[in-house]
Write a protein that binds this ligand. Structure first.
Ligand code: URA
Length: 212
């Protein structure tokens, strides 16, 4: 894993293998969805390393002792619509009591700027940890705006999780939000003139929902 304080790129063999399958244009929608979930679950392992634990008394078949259990972690996952929805199954399998907000942006294909069209977060966000989810950190514009929006709700902390990033996206996001930890499966070479990651995996939303 490459770790630059707040930027974690998971160079883990399991993740790289699944990313290779995701990149293959012949991977079916069903397989693609499943793989996005699996990679997200694996990324939870690293991104949730700082979760609080508390002790509980448990009777094993042999004796009674104190053991660690997840404490009252006040987590809100916020997928950026629509591709971020593909990551929900993976995070909910790992942390089923977390709450979920939604943020909707689309990218203006001419200006490449994000335009907000929907937002719904739990009413209580102060003291919570918000994890913004978007599989593709391309120009960084959507992630920056999404994080600007969740920060207005005064959460305790904000993290960002993506499956693939571009160097430009990481640079822009870490500059705009130096306090936000960025977790990504891999960082690719470049962006093309349409803001797609190269070599990338194409349009994540279309491949998750079968809309291409
Ligand atoms: N969004 C995608 O779905 N793919 C990219 O490569 C960039 C942004």
């Amino acid at each position: 894993m490459t770790s630059n304080k707040k930027i974690m790129i998971m160079n883990h063999p399991l993740i790289q293998h699944k990313l290779t399958l995701l990149r293959n244009k012949n991977t079916s929608y069903k397989e693609f969805r499943e793989l996005i979930s699996e990679v997200t679950m694996l990324m939870c392992y690293e991104s949730m390393r700082d979760l609080a634990l508390e002790k509980v008394e448990i009777e094993t078949p042999l004796e009674t002792s104190m053991f660690n259990t997840l404490g009252e972690n006040r987590l809100i996952f916020v997928p950026i619509l629509r591709a971020g929805l593909g990551m929900i199954e993976g995070v909910m399998k790992m942390l089923p009591t977390a709450r979920i907000g939604h943020l909707g942006f689309y990218r203006d294909h001419k200006t490449l700027q994000p335009v907000e069209y929907y937002s719904k977060l739990p009413s209580q966000t102060e003291n919570e940890e918000i994890v913004v989810l978007d599989p593709m950190l391309a120009t960084g514009g959507t992630a920056i705006d999404g994080i600007n929006m969740v920060k207005r709700r005064n959460p305790r902390s904000v993290k960002f999780m993506c499956i693939l990033a571009s160097p430009q996206g990481i640079e822009a996001l870490s500059k705009a939000h130096p306090d936000v930890s960025i977790y990504c499966g891999a960082c690719d070479r470049d962006l093309n003139e349409h803001g797609y990651i190269l070599p990338g995996l194409g349009d994540a939303g279309d491949r998750i929902f079968g809309t291409d």
